[in-house]
Design a protein around this ligand. Structure first.
Ligand code: GDP
Length: 463
């Protein structure tokens, strides 16, 4: 248990039917008792998991703050494994803030972002994978992303990671037996066994890593940039894809100055589409900033949708844009095919076909919504490469987990090379321990405080 008692408003700011002030720690019940007037039972805190009706009042001036329901979850059967009180107030900023102020005045400390979940982790109720999956559930954009996060919360991935760690421990114990009894004649046999086990384990980790990129996209969304010269129809395409009129559509070149980001759901994959300011030589400062941002967003993109204009045709600006994006994964789109009456006059296609030949080419009309489904299918297949979330939902999706597994694989490679080069067995043990620690940082069995602080700082206050 961690000494002090923390409190925060756990519901989002703004108006709502109810809002919740959450308190956790050894003084949660005492503090609540000082400010809560139950309507009936004065010894309301005796019964666990009960909602108690009454009033929050300021004992110093007897002022009633709000009519509330107070929930009680006693340690260790609560989210944090500490005594937890949840005060259900009316969902306005004033009753919530006043209630929180009273709770703080009576001895609680304002919780840091993610501190409730951090306590759940430190008190052993969740491991790090599960704690991180809670942010993922809160932030999930599609049902598939949520299914993946729930799968991680329920412990499937943790189990897999623990198994890998157990196997590493087993190898360590085999090595240690060797170090302890060097005179025994079993070295050679053990080395073969160690090598086989390490190889198998490396394979197992690589199987997880194979899906990490797809998992990351389900978790974070696919960063997609729509790019093309002004007026080719980028904003119109974004609008059709998202079916929400967020981007401003206009026929004055250069009016989409800032980057507009929209998350849409294509086949269960969250796609974060960034509509960019058009690339164009310009004296306009604001637009220049927009162009600079465009270049940055190309750098960060997983996928580029490069739009050409069938009506205006292909020109040198298109060529300059191609130069900017040619190193990325992408799809070529020819827009406004509705205006092409005589297909023979249509020279754009011929030119575009020869550019970036490894990128697929799709004809669309954003105006008439033609070719949009084909484009959506192409987006999904390029990125997931046909990989879907496995039935058991065991999939790496967090870049932190991926990096740790890559570290572990590198240690295992060092072990295998070491065995081939006849390196002393106690040196091999150091690398295996390195792998064990790298994997342990994923669930938090081996992890330092800085990493823990960094993970929980990404949470919102009250979680
Ligand atoms: P952006 O500058 O690339 O974002 O282009 P906009 O989306 O603002 O579109 C510029 C102009 O082209 C607008 O007048 C749109 O109505 C028009 N436009 C966009 N898509 C199509 C299309 O598929 N067909 C036709 N005929 N016009 C389109």
């Amino acid at each position: 248990m961690i000494g002090d008692t923390i409190a925060a408003i756990s519901t989002p700011p703004g108006e709502g039917g109810i809002g919740i002030v959450r308190i956790s720690g050894p003084e949660a019940i005492d503090i609540t008792n000082k400010i809560f007037k139950p309507a009936k039972n004065k010894r309301w805190y005796k019964q666990n998991y009960k909602l108690n009706y009454g009033y929050i009042h300021d004992p110093d001036n007897s002022q009633i703050i709000d009519e509330v329901l107070v929930g009680i979850m006693r340690a260790p059967f609560s989210y944090t494994k500490e005594d937890v009180i949840e005060i259900n107030c009316h969902g306005g900023m004033l009753p919530l803030r006043k209630t929180l102020e009273l709770v703080l005045k009576k001895g609680a400390r304002l919780a840091e972002p993610g501190e409730f979940t951090k306590r759940a982790f430190l008190n052993g109720r969740l491991d790090l994978i599960q704690a991180e999956s809670i942010i993922d559930i809160i932030r999930a954009n599609t049902e598939d992303s949520m299914r993946l996060a729930i799968g991680q919360l329920s412990g499937g991935l943790s189990k897999k990671i623990n198994e890998i760690q157990q196997q590493l421990l087993l190898i360590i114990s085999i090595i240690e037996a060797n170090i302890d009894f060097p005179e025994d004649d079993v070295d050679q046999y053990n080395l073969i066994e160690i090598k086989q086990r390490v190889e198998l384990l490396e394979q197992e980790i690589n199987n997880l890593l194979d899906y990490a990129e797809t998992g990351r996209i389900y978790r974070e969304g696919l960063r997609t940039v729509i790019i093309g010269k002004p007026n080719v129809g980028k904003s119109s395409l974004l609008n059709v894809l998202s079916k929400v009129n967020r981007a401003i559509v206009t026929n004055i070149p250069g009016t989409t100055r800032d980057l507009i980001e929209e998350v849409i759901n294509i086949g269960g994959v969250p796609i974060k589409i960034i509509d960019t300011a058009g690339i164009r030589e310009t004296e306009d400062i604001i637009e220049k900033i927009g162009v600079q941002k465009t270049k940055e967003s190309i750098q960060n993109a997983d996928l580029v949708i490069l739009v050409f204009d069938a009506q205006v045709g292909f020109d040198f600006i298109d060529n300059q844009i191609v130069e900017l994006v040619k190193h990325k994964k992408g799809i070529k789109v020819i827009n406004k095919i509705d205006v092409i009456k005589n297909k023979n006059e249509f020279n754009t296609k011929q030119k575009v076909r020869n550019l970036l030949p490894h990128w697929p080419l799709i004809d669309i009309s954003a105006l008439e919504e033609k070719g949009i489904d084909k484009l959506k299918n192409e987006i999904v297949s390029i990125i997931t490469g046909g990989k879907v979330i496995p039935q058991d939902n065991i999939m790496i999706s967090n870049i932190r987990h991926k990096n740790q597994l890559v570290k572990a694989v590198n240690y295992l490679k060092d072990v295998q090379n070491g065995i081939l080069q006849g390196i002393a067995i106690d040196v091999l043990a150091i690398d295996i321990r390195g792998a064990w620690e790298a994997v342990g940082e994923i669930t938090g069995t081996a992890v330092n405080e800085n990493i823990i602080d960094k993970i929980f700082s990404e949470f919102c206050i009250g979680k």
